[in-house]
Design a protein around this ligand. Structure first.
Ligand code: AMP
Length: 222
């Protein structure tokens, strides 16, 4: 099962991917996380990547394709994977198509005010990258990761100026991929406005039932 999670920055797809990776037992590949790991290296290229990311821009297709090519060849991807944050441009989608087939594309949606609220309140673990929210999906101990105990922080690119740029780029470059995958008959829409803490089990059930072919649409999960 080779899944692709599409949707606007802040829609929650990273959180749903973290939930579904466990439920389906396939790896979650977040290109944002792969790139954030690259920025930990002490090279000129990693500094350039970090600057582009902090400003909310797109890192070059060449770098992304190299990262993805290497990652999906790893052993844990034998039974599939969840791609989160890739592809983000038409060119990336076409190049991905040359590397591997995709079986399902889940297009996540939420109301605009929910997206803004999710972005402004998102906090992530500095170490294991688990995603929390200041109000909706709070950690048990303030500012501390439930999973590994490390400190939580706000991503540099979740600050208002970068968010504006990310949303604009999403509209221009990534949104057209919805039609691209819909035309291929791979796309299903899924709308989630409630915090994951309230509907985690429902999200898992509905997505599983779609992937097992028990239903041909998902719609809003309430
Ligand atoms: P994300 O964690 O998916 O929100 O990604 C964070 C940032 O990483 C993005 O704003 C981009 O700067 C960069 N990035 C992640 N995935 C891609 C991609 N597929 N193409 C270009 N840049 C990306």
């Amino acid at each position: 099962m080779k899944l692709l999670f599409l949707g606007s920055p802040g829609v929650g797809k990273g959180t749903y991917a973290q939930v579904m990776t466990k439920a389906l037992n396939i790896p979650h590949i977040s290109t944002g996380d792969l790139l954030r790991n690259e920025t930990q290296k002490d090279t000129k290229l990693s500094k350039e990547i970090e600057e582009t990311m902090n400003q909310g821009g797109l890192v070059s297709d060449k770098i992304l394709l190299q990262l993805i090519k290497t990652r999906i060849k790893e052993e844990d991807c034998e039974n599939g994977f969840i791609l989160d944050g890739f592809p983000r441009t038409k060119n990336q989608a076409e190049e991905l198509g040359k590397l591997t087939g995709i079986t399902h594309v889940l297009n996540f949606k939420a109301n605009d005010e929910v997206i803004i609220e999710r972005l402004s309140g998102r906090i992530i673990c500095k170490n294991c990258k688990t995603i929390f929210h200041k109000t909706g999906n709070k950690p048990k101990i303030e500012n501390t990761c439930d999973k590994c105990g490390s400190e939580l922080h706000q991503r540099e690119d979740d600050k208002p100026e970068s968010v504006k740029k990310r949303l604009k780029i999403y509209k221009e470059k990534t949104e057209p991929l919805i039609t691209h995958y819909n035309d291929k008959g791979l796309l299903v829409e899924i709308t989630i406005n409630k915090p994951i803490s309230e509907i985690r089990e429902k999200v898992i059930l509905e997505i599983k039932s779609y992937l097992e072919g028990k239903t041909d649409k998902i719609g809003e999960i309430k």
